[in-house]
Ligand binder design. Structure first.
Ligand code: PRX
Length: 635
């Protein structure tokens, strides 16, 4: 018998030990008992972190949508699969049952096929959080097309880069989206992006805001009539375990985002198993993750993980402050939400508002609270625990990444004693290691180092689309035979992990990963800019905000400086999106550089954080004189 549902701490340790002692047997039991396979695997795992090459359940054949939808129809056909809560609370929520989801996914899949989409083709999905987003991802999976969901807050340039990188044949979008009291012209953004793309033949457009939009003849099609005319039956494409399921882009240390490739069987097994245990999901629960499906959290824990368990998963189109700051709590009471999973940045923003916004709600349905995306500070943890969980609902602080596909380090609710700011213990099957700068593993407790993983797990990304070399260099070259996460962590006296933050050039702003390079590239496009460097600094709500140091080609009047500041943020919005705008921009005469010409970001980070008491040895810099000048004029 596998331990699909872990019941107490002793069992967790037993299961964990088993998963380390005999990983293949461990995962095989879980895969065997809880999923449907068209053909069994020949080999559970083969791996080589040097190449790197990782294969799980090789030889197996399956379709993930059969596991997420079809197999639930007999027992849960009339159960709500997706509970859609619209942006406007006056609009009715939609309860999409498993029966209806089956029909809608199949209709969508047939429309994709009718437009020439075949197994292996890439389809870009650029949609707001409306049911069509979940349904179109599942429709791709139904026919074996590889979905590439791009968060609908990205700009047209960022969208074009992603469409081109994986040569998508189709884009699925909507006439627009709601965001609180505003609307956004998504179709206009797609039109602009497609001026730079040649691979796209078809754009399918969902109607959401009923705006007047331009439809390009021969390319753009309204979805509704196509769906209505399509059959509700579509046989699933039978996939190999290691066939790609989706590509999801994440920022990196160069201007080009990394298209992380996730494959089918391992991803399914791991997201399902983690979902069940991390959220302690029971059959009548109503689970709500507030993330957008444009991020990995939405892929794994709004769509695939919950549906693989036959759960009811809430999809929320709105924002936490519309029509007011009580919206999250309204939704929880309205739908009797049992598990609530959100980001520390949202918690901090909510905690700033009048406590009445929370207190006038009942919230007694809640059983488990979760956080993800960035370290949670102690104050926010306690606010969440006291005011939302009323000290009864355990908080699971879940650490993981786009690359890991699923939750890696987390407590299990009602099982692991929690400790504020600590993600606590590795999930079964996960073997973390802390490494020092010389590449040695740091053993024992009460230590800190760079967080790596020693052994493969089923949902790890297999490659970067079109660039395996970059995959190898980014994740498998820093430490021999280890997956390097890019995070720092410490391990306390009982072996609990606390993630301390990124140790590379990625900055997490409001839970969004932002690479410094793409932002600097955008700034440097400004004709007045000679050079720039971006660092993060602590921010009350966002966790980190961005501080830009900019060298101008010519120094000028301060009025002009103001204009340049605005234009820089406009450029960033155009190239990446508003999430990457800078909070502070300081014009400097020079940037501190090492003798090999590398910018010393460590010094810039300290200045931005107003922590200049110990800058370390600056005498080895190429230009130590610039440091004092930067400090004197810092904002
Ligand atoms: O730095 C870690 C941080 O978010 C990074 C991964 O970001 P992304 O790929 O966008 O995925 C976010 C959602 C899974 C990590 O390298 N991070 C994520 N969760 C936590 C966290 N940092 C601290 N605590 C967490 N619980």
């Amino acid at each position: 018998m596998s331990n699909y549902s872990i019941k107490n701490l002793e069992e967790y340790f037993q299961v964990y030990r088993k998963s380390v002692r005999n990983p293949e047997m461990f995962w095989e039991e879980i895969a065997e008992e809880h999923f449907i396979w068209r053909k069994r695997w020949d080999k559970v795992l083969s791996w080589d972190f040097k190449k790197p090459e990782i294969k799980w359940f090789e030889g197996a054949k399956l379709n993930i949508t059969e596991n997420c939808i079809d197999r639930h129809l007999r027992t849960k056909g009339e159960k709500t699969a997706i509970l859609f809560e619209p942006n406007d609370p006056k609009e009715d929520a939609q309860h999409i049952t498993y029966n209806r989801l089956y029909e809608r996914v199949n209709q969508f899949a047939n429309v994709l096929k009718d437009h020439g989409i075949k197994k292996g083709d890439r389809v870009c999905i650029y949609l707001p959080m409306i049911p069509e987003l979940a349904i179109s991802t599942l429709a791709c999976a139904r026919i074996g097309a590889v979905h590439s969901v791009v968060f609908a807050g990205f700009s047209s340039k960022a969208l074009a880069t992603r469409i081109n990188d994986s040569s998508c044949k189709m884009v699925i979008t909507s006439d627009g989206s709601y965001r609180g009291s505003k609307t956004i012209d998504l179709k206009g953004i797609v039109d602009e992006a497609l001026e730079e793309c040649t691979s796209v033949d078809t754009v399918l457009v969902a109607k959401r805001i009923n705006s007047e939009i331009k439809m390009k003849k021969g390319r753009d099609k309204w979805l509704k009539p196509l769906l209505e005319a399509a059959s509700v039956e579509c046989a699933p494409e039978i996939m190999d375990a290691e066939d790609p399921l989706f590509i999801l882009y994440t920022s990196g240390s160069t201007g080009m985002p990394k298209g992380m490739v996730h494959t089918t069987a391992g991803y399914m097994v791991y997201t399902a198993y983690t979902f069940k245990n991390v959220f302690n999901y029971r059959q009548n629960d109503v689970y709500w993750c507030t993330a957008d499906i444009g991020w990995i959290t939405g892929h794994s824990y709004i769509v695939y993980g919950p549906l693989a368990n036959g759960a009811t998963t809430v999809m929320f189109e709105g924002v936490p402050n519309y029509p007011d700051w009580g919206r999250f709590w309204d939704v929880i009471d309205k739908h009797k939400v049992t598990q609530f999973y959100t980001a520390p940045t949202a918690i901090r923003a909510l905690a700033k508002e009048n406590i009445e916004c929370v207190d006038k709600h009942n919230l007694s349905s809640l059983k488990v609270l979760g956080t993800v995306g960035e370290p949670i500070n102690e104050e926010a943890w306690h606010w969440y625990n006291d005011n939302v969980g009323k000290k009864k609902s355990p908080i699971v602080d879940t650490w993981w990444q786009t690359e890991t596909g699923g939750i890696m380090i987390t407590s299990l609710p009602y099982i692991t004693p929690t400790k504020p700011t600590y993600a606590t213990l590795p999930f079964p099957g996960i073997q973390p290691a802390l490494m020092d700068e010389n590449g040695e593993e740091i053993t024992g407790n009460q230590v800190d180092g760079r967080l790596c993983v020693k052994y493969p797990w089923p949902s790890m990304a297999r490659t970067i689309w079109g660039n395996h070399q970059r995959y190898k260099e980014t994740y498998f070259s820093a430490f021999e035979d280890m997956y390097f996460t890019g995070d720092g962590a410490l391990r306390d006296e009982v072996g609990y992990y606390r993630i301390t933050g990124r140790v590379d050039d990625v900055i997490i702003v409001s839970g969004h990963n932002l690479g410094t390079a793409p932002i600097e590239d955008a700034i440097n496009e400004h004709q007045a800019v000679a050079e720039s460097a971006i660092v993060g600094f602590p921010h009350d709500i966002k966790g980190n905000a961005l501080y830009g140091y900019v060298i101008l080609k010519e120094t000028g009047e301060s009025r002009k400086h103001e204009n340049v500041r605005k234009e820089i943020n406009q450029l960033i919005t155009e190239h990446i999106g508003p999430i990457a705008k800078l909070d502070k921009i300081q014009f400097v005469k020079g940037l501190p550089k090492t003798r090999s010409g590398k910018i010393m970001r460590r010094i810039l980070r300290k200045i931005a954080s107003k922590d200049t008491s110990n800058l370390g040895d600056t005498s080895t810099l190429l230009n130590p004189e610039v440091v004092q000048d930067i400090i004197d004029h810092s904002i």
